[in-house]
Design a protein around this ligand. Structure first.
Ligand SMILES: Cc1cc2nc3c(=O)[nH]c(=O)nc-3n(C[C@H](O)[C@H](O)[C@H](O)COP(=O)(O)OP(=O)(O)OC[C@H]3O[C@@H](n4cnc5c(N)ncnc54)[C@H](O)[C@@H]3O)c2cc1C
Length: 457
């Protein structure tokens, strides 16, 4: 967009409140070419692109920090612990990896094969049992894929991934088999998609694209990526948006600290926030978009960091697996000692188990984790000296961890969520990315794509 076009935009936005149906004459807190709602990676990436092209952009963010679901905690001495995203998933061609390189931000590879699995009774699974379990699970997932292909051909209604998995596994499972297969489903599928297999669409659960190459962690924190993008941007923190009005000539964004007007708004609110309806749109969003918001699932993946006086687990593995009696409980642990040389473990939970657990007290959550670790490593392990945990599902500014394709939803719902409205409202965020939903790179690419669309206006 050239400078004269930019001046025209600013002139148009100065008289906006008169042009928007139902707009109140609230005290204007600022005007810009574009108001970006949300300073997560999508909003920051978009704002970066727009500002680099000479536009005036204000980013309005409810939290007292940037990054959104990228959230690094530095409360423990010399440690940067990610409570949201941890990994660059697939570094080859991944724009997050490119950013890390450009900012000289160090990353370290996770070796998923360096996984040691344990069963209750402090028993490490034997190599042969381990291999047999992997093979059996892969075979069952192939059967599930066959059922999905058959369903596609008949055109019959979607069912859940769990129902197809149960059919493939058959009824006559021993208790040990059932426990081990549940563990595989939880750690291989439910943790990745942040949803129960019973919630995931058989037809579409694993659609989407992936970058190849290693998965890499940020030893000094993922938020370095957000900081890099945010340099010199006008970000207004602690501004909670409650209403977004749009009309022929522009938009008006009402926040807890005043109203902003602009020619365009870029909405990067998480799907969980859109589902809750805590931000109103005037006029309401098109029915198609509202239906897509309802159909897509918002999943939960929670993290618990435990710092111990000493490491009582082996140093070698990157990951520790736990085959629990209770389906879903503490199936996966990341060995932080391996990366940061400090006796810290990171436990994960997902789906309905995570949603229920996060309703409980901190003490109850830690006690349940310690029960799992005692089952894996024996009764004499020390108590943790410090703990850090997330409750993403109850976070009103996220409403969950990331989106998934629920039974009945289709990949086209992501496109519907991404579609601009009235050439005034533009949308970005992980849940608008058909190819790369649920990831940092998906959110980043969607932000850049939305900026392109605005620049074409
Ligand atoms: C526990 C966990 C682990 C994850 N692991 C990975 C991983 O390893 N790798 C990976 O690629 N991805 C991972 N993800 C997913 C990744 O973090 C997200 O896909 C990505 O960060 C989403 O970015 P976004 O900009 O779309 O949304 P967000 O980061 O959520 O940004 C939206 C912003 O809008 C703000 N907001 C909300 N409501 C309002 C309001 N009313 N007014 C103003 N502002 C508002 C929010 O505070 C937030 O800052 C993980 C996520 C979680 C939670």
């Amino acid at each position: 967009m050239n400078q004269s076009r930019r001046r025209l935009l600013l002139l148009a936005t100065s008289a906006l409140s008169l042009a928007i149906p139902g707009a109140r004459q609230a005290h204007a807190q600022g005007s810009a070419d574009v108001i970006v709602v949300g300073a997560g990676i999508a909003g920051l990436a978009a704002a970066r692109s727009l500002v680099d092209q000479g536009l005036k952009v204000i980013v309005v963010e409810a939290r007292d920090r940037i990054g959104g679901r990228i959230w690094t905690n530095r409360a423990w001495p010399k440690l940067a612990l990610d409570l949201g995203a941890s990994w660059i998933h697939g570094v080859s061609g991944n724009p997050v990896a490119a950013l890390a390189r450009s900012g000289r931000i160090s990353t370290v590879t996770t070796d998923y094969d360096a996984l040691w699995r344990y069963e209750a009774g402090a028993k490490e699974l034997s190599d042969s049992a381990d291999e047999a379990l992997d093979e059996r699970f892969e075979g069952l997932i192939e059967d599930v894929e066959d059922e999905a292909a058959a369903l596609r051909q008949t055109g019959n209604a979607d069912v859940s991934l769990q129902s197809a998995f149960d059919r493939a596994a058959g009824q006559k499972l021993s208790a040990t088999d059932r426990r081990r297969l549940n563990y595989m489903l939880v750690s291989q599928v439910e943790h990745e998609y942040a949803a129960d297999a019973a919630e995931l669409s058989l037809l579409h659960w694993d659609q989407g694209e992936e970058f190849t190459g290693d998965d890499r962690l940020f030893p000094a924190g993922y938020d370095q990526i957000a900081q890099l993008l945010a340099k010199n941007l006008d970000v207004r923190l602690e501004h909670t948006v409650s209403r977004i009005a749009y009309g022929q000539r522009g938009v008006e964004v009402t926040s807890s600290r005043g109203t902003f007007s602009a020619a365009y708004a870029l909405v990067t609110l998480p799907l969980g926030v859109l589902k809750r309806g805590s931000v109103s749109f005037d006029p309401p969003l098109p029915t198609r978009k509202q239906q897509a918001i309802r159909r897509l699932g918002m999943g939960t993946l929670n993290k618990l960091y435990l710092r111990f006086p000493r490491a009582f687990w082996p140093e070698e593995p990157h990951l520790l697996g736990y085959i629990a009696e209770q389906r879903g409980a503490w199936a996966e642990w990341l060995n932080i000692q391996r990366y940061l040389k400090t006796p810290v473990l990171l436990g994960f939970n997902a789906g309905s188990y995570a949603r229920q657990l996060e309703q409980r007290s901190d003490e109850a959550i830690v006690a349940s984790a310690m029960e799992a670790l005692r089952a894996m490593f024996g009764a004499r392990i020390p108590e943790p000296e410090a703990t850090l945990m997330t409750r993403w599902s109850s976070d009103p500014l996220a409403g969950g961890s990331y989106s998934f394709l629920a039974t009945g939803a289709t990949p086209a719902d992501y496109d519907v969520l991404a579609a601009p409205v009235a050439n005034r409202l533009f949308f970005a965020g992980e849940a608008t990315s058909r190819d790369y939903a649920a990831t940092v790179h998906g959110a980043l690419i969607s932000g850049r794509d939305a900026a392109e669309l605005i620049l074409e206006e």
